[in-house]
Design a protein around this ligand. Structure first.
Ligand SMILES: Cc1cc2nc3c(=O)[nH]c(=O)nc-3n(C[C@H](O)[C@H](O)[C@H](O)COP(=O)(O)OP(=O)(O)OC[C@H]3O[C@@H](n4cnc5c(N)ncnc54)[C@H](O)[C@@H]3O)c2cc1C
Ligand code: FES
Length: 505
């Protein structure tokens, strides 16, 4: 809505101007405010998502929640609390008063006070240790403190930096458009203020489930009452004969810094891999003016996950920005500055970036005797085969309530939401993890949002036009929509997510 004509909610608006089940944007003082209505109830909350400032007025209201159109964060309209990441902080709330046929937004309400008490039905662990300082680990620690857990809380992370906005590493950060200040998920004093001990450069090397203790590479041991394993995944490293220091991977912030620094002086680069990370890296390097060749085994980029139509669209999009594809091919070796492909072609390159998938880091769980099956197997409460030990994020394989199958999904938002649910279950809440998977990717300004999970499908339905960058692609099996990918249809993506939520077995 145009700020110039945004209604001033302090002066009141007619009740009928706010549709039942809908929201309008206006202002109070200098702040943009969202006024939402559910029957006779009205709610006034901040209009901007606390993740990356998404416009909540363009999002979806579901019962007494509002969902952000950009990356599907979900907030309570009653309290402003974040119900689901990727946002981590609440939105502000205002008091609303109805007088006759008009609604007035009054003073801002104090932020929900500190920690809620751990509920009587919950438990208060003597100590909690989280192994992993990524999306799942940070969200779990954050949730534990928000939910009122005030006991010892430790995050052990092999990374050299505090939890960071990993998805940004291949996007704006690599393109040089996001400063370093954007990257930490939380400022340094966040951890000390909340008495979260964050041990960096601390790789856990063993887990003793009987003694309830983990040991680290640097010789320390930590005892725990409850443990969360959130070790994520590591990039697959294909051997490249002839390569010395010219192969880059992208997982950690340190990887991101090294790659961005090297890209600053590069002229031409070969990216190995035609899936999300490889393609986002290609797009970000092009933004820096680097010539990019993508070498991938696939017939079309992203075809395995999104089908041939989207794959063809992505190839054309990249080609229109100067990316050169070498599909159904691979790099066999480096000869000096030349990458030699299986097809016999050679490409001059300053360095290689490998983005050929990741492997979940399950070794700790495996060696400790936890049930592992291509991931750490957990129940619907994200608890592993050993009571009191939970797993979340890229390593977790959990029973999906929609397909009744065990699934493991490598999405940022899934990891964060699992961290949140695991934390509540560490406190004894018995909350089932049933969020609909969601991810997004952005390449050359085109954002694709994907909700659901469709490892296989027997039909793809396209509505709208990929060429016009305005469409929804539905992946179906046996007539049932398993996943929906959208471009420029954020509301449709949110509606598809809400419909899938309702469709629980
Ligand atoms: C460049 C990039 C871009 C991405 N973009 C997107 C995107 O756009 N959308 C999307 O949905 N997903 C995206 N992803 C995927 C997403 O980032 C992951 O799904 C998510 O980070 C998983 O979170 P996690 O907490 O499970 O693991 P991670 O975030 O990987 O964190 C794992 C943590 O565990 C630590 N660790 C590992 N082993 C040990 C050990 N033995 N001891 C101590 N610590 C250990 C690591 O150091 C790290 O701190 C992207 C990933 C990358 C790398
Ligand atoms: S900006 Fe709202 S979820 Fe990302």
């Amino acid at each position: 809505m145009d700020k110039a004509i945004a209604p001033d909610f302090a002066s009141g608006v007619a009740v009928d101007e706010v549709p039942d089940g809908g929201m309008i944007q206006g202002k109070v003082g200098g702040e943009q405010v969202l006024l939402a209505r559910r029957g006779a109830e009205f709610f006034a909350v901040g209009a901007k998502c606390t993740h990356y400032g998404g416009p909540l007025a363009k999002g979806l209201m579901v019962a007494d929640e509002v969902r952000c159109p950009l990356h599907h964060a979900c907030f309570s309209l009653r309290t402003g609390a974040v119900l689901r990441p990727p946002a981590l902080d609440p939105i502000p709330c205002w008091r609303v008063e109805r007088i006759g046929a008009r609604v007035f937004v009054r003073e801002k309400l104090p932020a929900p006070g500190g920690a809620a008490a751990v509920s009587a039905s919950g438990s208060h662990p003597a100590s909690v240790v989280i192994v992993g300082g990524g999306g799942a680990g940070l969200t779990a620690a954050d949730t534990l403190r928000r939910e009122g857990y005030d006991g010892p809380l430790t995050i052990l992370s092999a990374d050299d930096s505090p939890p960071c906005d990993r998805p940004n590493l291949s996007k704006d950060y690599l393109a040089g458009a996001a400063p370093d200040e954007w990257m930490p998920l939380r400022p340094p004093d966040y951890y000390s203020d909340r008495r979260i001990e964050l041990a960096l450069n601390t790789r856990v090397t063993s887990l003793d489930v009987r003694q309830k203790r983990v040991e680290t590479e640097n010789g320390r041991s930590y005892e725990f009452d409850r443990l969360l394993l959130a070790t994520g995944a590591e990039p697959v490293r294909l051997p490249v004969p002839g390569a010395h220091s010219q192969v880059f991977y992208l997982r950690t912030y340190a990887d991101g810094r090294a790659l961005a620094a090297r890209a600053a002086s590069a002229k031409q680069v070969v990216v190995v891999g035609g899936s999300f990370i490889g393609l986002e890296v290609a797009a970000s390097l092009r933004k820096r003016g680097v010539a990019v060749h993508v070498v991938a085994r696939e017939r079309l980029p992203l075809e395995r996950v999104m089908g041939p139509e989207v794959g063809g669209f992505i190839r054309d999009l990249h080609e229109s920005h100067g990316v050169v594809f070498h599909l159904q091919d691979t790099v066999t070796r480096l000869e000096g500055r030349a990458a030699v492909l299986q097809s016999g072609a050679t490409i001059e390159t300053d360095f290689l970036v490998q983005g050929v998938g990741v492997r979940p880091l399950v070794i700790l769980a495996e060696e400790a005797g936890l049930r592992v099956d291509r991931g750490v197997v957990v129940n619907e409460y994200l608890e592993t085969s050993v009571p009191g030990i939970f797993a979340a994020g890229d390593i977790a394989r959990w029973p999906d309530v929609r397909s009744n199958e065990l699934v493991r999904i490598e999405h940022w938002v899934v990891a964060e939401r699992q961290g949140q649910v695991a934390a509540r279950n560490i406190l004894g809440r018995r909350e089932r993890f049933d969020a609909v998977p969601f991810f997004w990717t952005r390449q050359f300004g085109v954002s694709i949002k994907y909700v659901g999970h469709a490892p296989q499908w027997d039909a793809i339905e396209l509505s709208g036009s990929l060429q016009a960058k305005d469409c929804a692609v539905t992946y179906k099996r046996a007539g049932r929509a398993l996943a929906v990918a959208t471009i420029s249809r954020d509301l449709e993506s949110l509606r598809a997510e809400a419909a899938m939520e309702a469709n629980v077995q």
